[in-house]
Write a protein of this length. Structure first.
Length: 261
């Protein structure tokens, strides 16, 4: 049975435990009290891919809700933006309802952000590409309206600090995402313009051919859908990684063609 099937069957939130289990249990109510007896506890051992997938899913949408509430209120626009991110993931109806419930838990005044992030880091076993993907999803949600507000930036910086990611990495990702947003607004069906392509690869126009190629290979490796799923990205969220690799390839082809290599 998949990790999601176990969630629907109840008790997985209980077996996850800790702040993430508490958030999941609060989102789904008493159903996690069902079927606890007789479970094979070895099937839920720390480090299991299914356990990491559940932790990723739970942390992603609850932290997203917390960030939306960071400025003191959640507007209808912010809810619409979160739903747009969920739509990009192409979640099944039941999973989308679960994501909304977790988003609502993140909006609560007593949401334990640091505790949730600390547990997620432990559950992910510090798998850097997985943690980076988590940060990218949060940044994508924050930038969905084209603006990164002060309160949202503070939350993202706390995400970096608790997950052991450098704040400079957040700044680099922001530049890349802004270039992607510009490309999607202006040339969604074409290759990006050269300035956007360089920014999407995280290099400047003065970079050598070798540096461009290294950046391209590194980004492809970081966002390889199968590798991320093997590390704990829920398969249902793989569409984001697939979209990202497509954008990386488009950017690289624009630079490669301009340089003639």
């Amino acid at each position: 049975m998949s990790w999601w099937g176990k969630v629907l069957g109840g008790a997985f939130g209980f077996m996850l435990g800790g702040p993430l289990g508490a958030v999941l249990g609060a989102a789904f109510g008493h159903q996690f009290d069902k079927g606890v007896k007789g479970l094979d506890r070895e099937a839920f051992a720390p480090g299991d891919t299914e356990r990491v997938q559940l932790a990723f899913f739970t942390a992603t949408f609850s932290v997203m809700g917390h960030m939306a509430k960071a400025d003191g209120k959640v507007t209808r626009d912010e809810i619409a933006l979160a739903e747009a991110v969920m739509a990009r993931m192409d979640l099944a109806p039941q999973m989308r309802k679960a994501a909304v419930k977790l988003f609502d838990q993140g909006k609560q005044a007593d949401f334990p952000l640091d505790d949730v992030l600390d547990q997620f880091r432990r559950e992910a076993h510090r798998r850097r590409n997985l943690l980076r993907m988590f940060l990218e999803i949060q940044l994508q949600a924050a930038l969905a309206d084209g603006h990164l507000h002060v309160a949202e930036r503070r939350v993202l910086e706390r995400v970096c600090d608790r997950l052991g990611l450098a704040r400079a990495e957040l700044e680099a990702l922001e530049a890349m995402f802004r270039a992607e947003h510009h490309h999607q607004r202006t040339r969604p069906t074409q290759r990006p313009v050269l300035s956007d392509a360089y920014a999407m690869l995280g290099v400047d126009a003065e970079a050598s051919d070798a540096e461009v190629k290294r950046a391209y290979r590194r980004l492809l490796s970081q966002h390889h859908p199968d590798k991320l799923v093997a590390k704990g990205l829920p398969e249902e969220m793989m569409k984001l990684a697939t979209q990202k690799t497509h954008e990386i390839r488009q950017a690289y082809e624009a630079v490669r063609e301009a340089r003639g290599f």
